[in-house]
Design a protein around this ligand. Structure first.
Ligand code: PAF
Length: 274
């Protein structure tokens, strides 16, 4: 893969890169479409990255269907699919990790302490192999995108990081490879995330600017649904991921929600311009 990328680079062919863990859905395909629009060549990696899963998480049962993924990617006209074996990425003597400090410690970082260290390590490795001009990530993992942008700036990668909008099912549920874990009943309950985000947006449109008031109002939805375990509702500045107290006009914020429905942990967010 590195040889192919180096040759393409020498020939001045722009490479768009979409890193994935497979189990592809319309959200991933929207990244592929964007990459195809903006680059000569599009490369997609499929790698379920053990380093970003805690021992208690779903690494072994994470959905894998490489043949179906490959069919979908071929029909989108992807140029290369890169599926490295785990032992090649992380050989037995592997010792180097990339860690972005500070913004990785809050929100998702509070519930998944080493998660972002695993993400930045694999993304850095894949960037070194693929050598893309642009790389595409989904807004669904908004904090991940902010962390990767920080890494790209700090490590002086000459790569444009593009963040594409969340793709939702017709009823509002944000697409995620983990949605397939949900039972029929849990799938209905999962609408609490997108509905609460919409409600928060409406509250802000009615001129409420105190983050704690907005959070308290949508927190009521979760208090009323005892079977859902809320991890957090937060309002953060869009770039720095610093938690906001008061929303200031002219600025952008993410409202973030994470919760567990049955055994499945779901996250969702909305970007608000005040
Ligand atoms: O968002 C994902 O699917 C993963 O975190 C990524 C970026 C492919 C790294 O493993």
């Amino acid at each position: 893969m590195q040889e192919i990328s180096s040759r393409l680079k020498k020939e001045n062919i722009s490479i768009g890169f979409v890193p994935t863990m497979g189990a592809l859905h319309e959200g991933h395909l929207s990244l592929v479409k964007e990459s195809k629009k903006e680059n000569d060549i599009t490369i997609v990696s499929i790698f379920v990255n053990p380093a970003q899963f805690a021992p208690s998480e779903d690494y072994t049962k994470y959905p894998r269907d490489t043949e179906k993924d490959a069919r979908l990617l071929h029909s989108e006209g992807v140029d290369y699919i890169f599926i490295p074996p785990v032992a090649e990425i992380y050989p037995a003597d592997f010792k180097t990790y990339i860690e972005v400090t500070d913004i990785t410690k809050k929100q998702e970082g509070e519930f998944r302490p080493d998660h972002f260290k695993g993400v930045t390590t694999i993304v850095a490795i894949l960037f070194n192999i693929i050598q893309p001009s642009s790389a595409y990530f989904g807004q669904k993992d908004a904090q991940q995108s902010a962390v990767i942008k920080r890494m790209v700036d700090d490590l002086k990668y000459d790569i444009a990081v593009r963040v594409c909008p969340i793709v939702r099912e017709n009823d509002g549920l944000a697409m995620s490879s983990r949605n397939i874990y949900l039972t029929e009943e849990e799938r209905k309950k999962a609408l609490i995330l997108s509905a609460s985000l919409k409600q928060a947006e409406e509250i802000i449109n009615k001129e409420e600017r105190e983050a704690s008031v907005i959070i308290k109002m949508i927190n009521r939805n979760f208090l009323a649904e005892k079977s859902i375990q809320l991890n957090y509702i937060r309002i953060v500045e869009a770039d720095s991921f610093k938690e906001a107290e008061k929303l200031l006009s002219g600025k952008e914020y993410f409202i973030l929600i994470a919760c567990k429905i049955g055994k499945t942990r779901l996250i969702d967010n909305i970007l608000i311009s005040v």
